[in-house]
Design a protein around this ligand. Structure first.
Ligand code: PEP
Ligand code: CO
Length: 469
């Protein structure tokens, strides 16, 4: 089936949808801009700019997700919690790309299936907040300002002028996403991800002091075996090496700011329907997935694959309705459920959800986000997450799917290629007292390089048993 044929499903349900129909609905995270004329100017500018991604890339991702939904591929999604415009620097981008590529290779090897790589970057600039305002005591007086909603909306520092939402930041965000993406595309085309480069296998985390001897040996054996397998297949001129390791890279971000998303949403020649061209796979967050809300209204009308975050309190019937609304034709490759229940809840709450959705027969990709249900405050007040909780949630999710006869089809991490000290545990030996050493996340704590790679090894080990399911 070609991409174009796949895109000719019935669109009757969209008769009452338009690029702006979301404006009639409630947006619980709506940004309040003071100057309407500036908003119009920014939106008009964004509308006139070229797309960041193309519809054929989006269709390709959709086809790959459709395969992942039936267990033929696995999806790895990762990047910053909140990307900052200042992070648009070459070393940041290459480090992030490198860790994602290395993790994906470990997973390819462990699971013996192709991995779809989806960066949480090139546009992850808008953040939902539990409170719309923040109050601090400044010079002995209480000051209330808008919360920081990410660099697409306002600035982080607690000053009235910086915290005021600025519509021009949407254009700046677009520009930084374009620069990031341009560099990523160039790196990949230019052979950055050539797996035969020795430095590619510079897995420096093997040197981490707290890595147990047994883990070190088992990871080392796995990476040697993988390097050997690649060389062997290459010598044979084997086609599968290309298929298993060919580097496609897709982008994703939370589609929070609907002014930004809708300004880059358009129809494209020779395909039906509208595409959101800011990213390949936008997702709807846990706080904005209300059935009658603005986000569901907007995203039901676009053709991209769409992620939905699902927290521990989600009602399975409600999620079934959400899927019906977002994917009424049961189109393969369209729906991605990013479940983030937390290690404490996943064992009890995931199974009823999986069984309820499975019963509908509508195809979904089940992804585990083991980050957002495992955030806690450390003794010093810093937000952190433990590698043990993260791994526990992954492991239990895999077990639940195995019991239900469904597939854990992907994972979603907040990570960075840098040596930050934000999450605790794992071979890197970060403990709560180390958190202040290098804590640079604008919001949620991210896995550092060593923690990310170690989790990929652990996950590959535990999913090995599901290889052929
Ligand atoms: C996030 O992914 O950073 C986020 C805010 O997630 P959630 O919507 O799952 O809370
Ligand atoms: Co986050």
């Amino acid at each position: 089936m070609t991409s174009i044929e796949q895109n000719t499903h019935d669109m009757g349900h969209l008769a009452d949808w338009s690029v702006t129909s979301w404006k009639e609905k409630l947006d619980p995270q709506q940004v309040v801009y003071q100057n309407r004329a500036d908003v119009d100017k920014a939106v008009t500018k964004l509308r006139s700019l070229p797309p960041l991604v193309t519809s054929w890339e989006i269709q390709k991702l959709k086809e790959q997700i459709a395969e992942a939904q039936v267990g033929k591929r696995f999806l790895l999604q990762g990047g910053d919690c909140a990307e900052r415009l200042d992070d648009c620097r070459p070393e940041n981008i290459t480090n992030r790309l490198k860790i994602l590529l290395q993790m994906s290779l470990v997973l390819v090897h462990g699971m013996q299936k192709p991995v779809i790589r989806v960066g949480r970057f090139a546009g992850q600039y808008a953040k939902p907040r539990s409170s719309l305002t923040e109050t601090r005591t400044v010079d002995g007086k209480e000051l209330t300002l808008p919360s920081y909603f990410g660099d697409l909306v306002n600035g982080e520092s607690f000053e009235p002028a910086t915290r005021e939402p600025d519509p021009h930041l949407m254009v700046r965000g677009y520009q930084h996403a374009a620069m990031t993406l341009n560099f990523v595309r160039a790196l990949i085309d230019g052979g950055f991800a050539d797996l035969h480069h020795p430095e590619y296998w510079d897995l420096s985390f093997f040197g981490a002091a707290s890595l147990s001897e047994q883990a070190r040996r088992s990871y080392k054996a796995m990476s040697d075996e993988l390097a050997g397998a690649l060389r062997f297949m290459e010598n044979l001129g084997e086609k599968t090496v290309d298929d298993l390791t060919r580097v496609d890279f897709f982008t994703s971000h939370e589609g929070l700011n609907l002014l930004y998303e809708s300004a880059q949403t358009r129809e494209v020649p020779r395909r039906s329907g509208h595409y959101d061209l800011t990213t390949h796979m936008p997702w709807i967050g846990e706080r904005t997935r209300d059935l009658d809300g603005a986000h569901v209204e907007f995203f039901r009308g676009i053709q991209n694959p769409i992620g939905v975050k699902v927290g521990p309190t989600a009602d399975p019937d409600e999620i079934a309705k959400l899927i019906k609304t977002l994917n009424p034709n049961d189109e393969p490759g369209r729906m991605v459920l990013i479940v983030r229940m937390g290690a404490a809840h996943v064992g009890t709450n995931l199974e009823p959800l999986v069984r309820r959705i499975d019963e509908t027969g509508s195809p979904v990709l089940w992804i585990c986000d083991p980050m957002h249900g495992n955030t806690r405050s450390a003794a010093g007040g810093r937000k952190t997450r433990s590698v043990d909780d993260i791994y526990e949630e992954l492991k239990v999710s895999a077990e639940v799917h195995s019991r239900c006869g469904t597939h854990l089809g992907g994972v979603h991490f907040e990570l960075t290629g840098e040596d930050v000290t934000e999450c605790v545990g794992g071979a890197s030996g970060v403990s709560e007292v180390d958190l202040d050493q290098n804590y640079s996340s604008a919001l949620d704590p991210r896995l550092n390089y060593a923690q990310s790679l170690e989790l990929a090894f652990l996950l590959a080990e535990s999913l090995k048993s599901n290889r052929n399911t």
